[in-house]
Design a protein around this ligand. Structure first.
Ligand SMILES: NC(=O)c1ccc[n+]([C@@H]2O[C@H](COP(=O)([O-])OP(=O)(O)OC[C@H]3O[C@@H](n4cnc5c(N)ncnc54)[C@H](OP(=O)(O)O)[C@@H]3O)[C@@H](O)[C@H]2O)c1
Length: 251
């Protein structure tokens, strides 16, 4: 359904990003998987059809890392159709030391903001020219329940995701492409285990379970309006292609 779509997925070394890289590639997309850990990216790519997926080992909080993504996409495709900003980091939350605003450590404050907001913004600036040459381009931000309604003891993680929502709203107003915010909802990943260590991961959706909405939003004729704030939980058992034809070229 996504034949030939050129998709950049950040956070491709783990959790939700890893599942999305594989899900997009399995639908015929060409994918660039981005994160810092090269070995884990290689493991992600190993689960995709031959030749579909490349990797860029890059720290997205640095300009050099973001430039490496731009260069790889330029060389591979000369254009980008979809960017999924799934990379993210947590900082202290819940009953962990430093999770209140009064105690929140400065290093975590800046680190989480850099990864969850600044990296998205400056990577978008790097990729904007390639998106302008893309086919029905889309930007998908990965938000959070606590970014839509902030919560005590979620500190900069909640603030950064609320900031990401605002950033996506402005992008939607300024840019002609499609802009989506997706809240995956609690999903069994290393980040979730760090946030809520007592939770049994078998009781919440897996990263593969939350992929259908992300697949739908990458389709060139996805009917969801730009600016939509969506919940992957609403699509766990749904057909991502409802109302869309199979050639990836038309509605
Ligand atoms: N899991 C949940 O319940 C949940 C709920 C709501 C929202 N989310 C959001 O979903 C997204 C994916 O989270 P996840 O649960 O899948 O977490 P995860 O398994 O911890 O994955 C986080 C990913 O972000 C990458 N990353 C972090 N900092 C980076 C940096 N500076 N440069 C490049 N890549 C970086 C990591 O790769 P490297 O370490 O290799 O760089 C990793 O691939 C995040 O935005 C998260 O906030 C998750």
């Amino acid at each position: 359904m996504l034949n030939g779509r050129r998709v950049v997925v950040t956070g491709g070394s783990s959790g939700i990003g890893r599942s999305l890289v594989r899900a997009y590639a399995a639908q015929g997309a060409r994918v660039l998987a981005v994160a810092r850990r090269e070995g884990d990216l290689a493991a992600t790519v190993a689960g995709t059809p031959d030749g579909s997926t490349g990797l860029v080992a890059a720290d997205l909080t640095t300009d050099g890392g973001r430039r490496a993504v731009e260069t790889a996409a330029e060389h591979a495709w000369g254009a980008v159709d979809v960017v999924v900003h799934a990379a993210g980091t947590l900082g202290p939350v819940n009953d962990q030391p430093g999770s209140t605003l009064e105690q929140y450590p400065p290093d975590d404050w800046y680190r989480v903001f850099e990864a969850n907001v600044s990296a998205v913004h400056f990577l978008h600036q790097r990729l904007a020219g390639l998106l302008a040459r893309g086919d029905h381009p889309a930007v998908i931000g990965v938000s959070s329940t606590v970014g839509r309604t902030v919560r005590a003891r979620w500190g900069m993680y909640a603030i950064s995701k609320a900031g990401l929502e605002a950033w996506l709203d402005i992008l939607d107003q300024e840019w002609a492409g499609m802009v989506y915010s997706v809240n995956p909802g609690g999903t069994a990943t290393p980040m979730r285990a760090a946030a809520i260590p007592d939770e049994d991961p078998a009781t919440i959706p897996t990263p593969d379970d939350v992929a259908p909405l992300f697949l739908r939003l990458a389709h060139p004729f996805c009917p969801e309006p730009s600016g939509s704030k969506l919940d992957a939980r609403d699509w766990l058992d749904a057909d991502p292609w409802e109302g869309l034809r199979g050639d990836g070229l038309s509605a």
